[in-house]
Design a protein around this ligand. Structure first.
Ligand code: CUA
Length: 340
């Protein structure tokens, strides 16, 4: 082959590779990783992508070169030259892909093994999935329960994922992995957060009508802040003291949907809790019994003007009976004094 032809092939290949490389690099195909594990997975993606770009450039250069160089003349009806294979070329195009696929397999296996390996002093958190809400329990913090997943940054964390009904799947895009929640089994997911921030938790397994709304938030905090939060909330929720109800109200995300002056909550999705005494007159129940039922079985009575099936039905099982008592006491005390 002449030197000029090789130069043309190289030029076409470099242009094709540059275009493919730009599409891979400049388009944000994946969210910015927020865990060590997601960063490793990104490296696997880049390893495979670079291999693909090189092969793509090679193939495109030969195709484009051949289309131009060997284009048939308009009046040429003759057959092409007979070709009987090329042993050297066939060995190359068998051996090279075999080596590449093996390399991808080995690289992936190393990343998988390292991602699954717990670090020193791992923090274990129980994740509960239920139609259609997430809840979290911190066994190391007096069984503290919450509907937001708070995590300390740079700590090895094992999520133990449970399902209370059907199959769900836990996914934080920035954490880079998905793990199914399967009834009757405990699945695990290991993460090591690398940056502070708020990240969406999505259910990524079709689990019923409310699947699309089965969302929660993961909040990665500086380690000291996390420790302070866990100690304070865990203590408050387990003692059942005066602040217990307020702490449970705060840590279970009630304020996201409800207004309650005593807690500084201004949510507008669900009923205004300052008006609970008035709402209790609807089904004609004592205030404390009405509040308890509304927490455990939120659809038993729906106040006019509010949609059913919005409030999670998980609180009856995610809160301990002590925590539930404290929350009911807190809501009764906070609203009885207030105006109906
Ligand atoms: Cu739970 Cu989809």
């Amino acid at each position: 082959m002449r030197r000029g032809s090789i130069l043309q092939l190289v030029v076409i290949g470099v242009i094709a590779g540059a275009i493919a490389g730009a599409v891979a690099y400049f388009v944000p195909w994946l969210p910015k990783p927020a865990t060590l594990e997601a960063e490793r997975i990104d490296w696997v993606f880049w390893f495979v992508t670079v291999i693909c770009i090189v092969i793509f450039a090679l193939v495109i250069s030969v195709i484009v070169y051949s289309v131009i160089k060997f284009r048939v003349a308009p009046d040429d009806d003759t057959d092409g030259p007979p070709i009987h294979g090329h042993t050297g070329l066939e060995i190359v195009w068998t051996a090279v892909p075999a080596i590449l696929v093996t390399a991808i397999g080995v690289f992936s296996a190393i990343v998988l093994a390292r991602n699954d390996a717990l670090g020193v002093n791992p923090l274990r958190i129980d994740v509960y999935a239920q139609q259609f809400a997430w809840s979290f329990k911190y066994p190391e913090s007096n069984g503290l329960s919450a509907t937001e997943l708070r995590l300390p940054v740079h700590r090895s964390i094992q999520l133990r994922i449970h399902s209370k009904d059907v199959i769900h799947s836990f996914w934080v895009p920035q954490f880079g992995q998905k793990q199914d929640a399967v009834p009757g089994q405990v699945t695990t997911l290991h993460i090591t957060p690398t940056r502070v921030g708020r990240f969406p938790i999505k259910c990524t397994e079709l689990c019923g009508l409310g699947h699309a709304f089965m969302r929660a938030t993961a909040i990665v905090m500086p380690a000291a802040e996390y420790d302070a939060w866990a100690a304070k909330q865990g203590q408050a929720q387990s003692t059942g003291g005066a602040d217990a109800g307020k702490a449970i109200f705060a840590s279970n995300g009630c304020a996201a949907c409800h207004t309650l002056k005593a807690a500084g909550a201004t949510g507008k999705v669900g009923p205004d809790l300052d008006r609970l005494p008035a709402f209790a007159k609807g089904p004609g129940k004592p205030l404390d019994a009405f509040i308890r039922e509304s927490i455990v079985k939120p659809d038993a009575y729906i106040e006019k003007g509010y949609p059913p099936n919005v409030m999670p039905k998980t609180f009856g099982s995610s809160l301990s009976s002590k925590q539930l008592d404290a929350l009911v006491r807190y809501l009764v005390a906070s609203t009885r004094g207030g105006s109906a």
